[in-house]
Design a protein. Structure first.
Length: 194
């Protein structure tokens, strides 16, 4: 039987039963898709290669432990492992990944660090609500631009189209919003660190 005709599920169970070449077939079959996904987040060949290797080390360990139960879902399961390793890499290096808003991976999945203890998450919520209150003190036009830019991740061109003002006006409003936020923070003597 040709390798292309063998399903992932059959290859996985062959590998679990001790047929090492089955894993090789799985890796060859999915390497491009998994590697491309990792590379599209880190934009570095060496790091992408490392994360790719780590992904399959994790896959092998899980299969050898007999802990794999994603019947027929080998690729999505492996992609999830790769995705988690990409997030771990960014946490360790304190860089933000390039997840686009159209993808299923939102920036919030990166920010929601499960290791945040209760106290830290309370502080984080407090800071976020302080920031929201400060933003509410801004003049309406500045607040609108700031919300579109930061919370909706819109470009100044999109903001300009949406609000009907020139790009320069939108930029100016953003600049004033940030200056005013700084003034409000100083006035209230707020410390925005967690």
């Amino acid at each position: 039987m040709q390798n292309e005709l063998i399903t992932d599920a059959v290859l996985v169970s062959s590998y679990i039963k001790g047929q090492e070449s089955a894993l090789e077939t799985l890796i060859k079959r999915h390497k491009h898709k998994i590697y491309s996904f990792i590379y599209s987040k880190v934009y570095d060949k060496d790091i992408a290669e490392d994360i790719f290797q780590d992904t399959f080390i994790k896959v092998i360990r899980t299969l050898k432990r007999g802990a794999y139960n994603e019947e027929g879902k080998f690729l999505p399961w492996t992609m999830r492992i790769a995705h988690n390793l990409v997030i771990d890499y960014f946490r360790k290096s304190n860089r933000m990944p390039k997840f686009d808003n159209s993808g299923e991976f939102s920036i919030f999945s990166v920010l929601s660090d499960t290791s945040l203890n209760a106290e830290k998450s309370i502080i984080k919520e407090q800071v976020e609500s302080d920031v929201r209150r400060l933003v509410d003190e801004l003049p309406e036009d500045q607040k609108e631009v700031l919300m579109m830019r930061i919370y909706n991740d819109m470009s100044f061109k999109e903001i300009s189209d949406r609000t009907g003002v020139s790009i320069n006006t939108a930029l100016g409003r953003m600049r004033y919003a940030l200056i005013n936020l700084r003034k409000i923070i100083d006035k209230h003597n707020i410390v925005l660190t967690n």
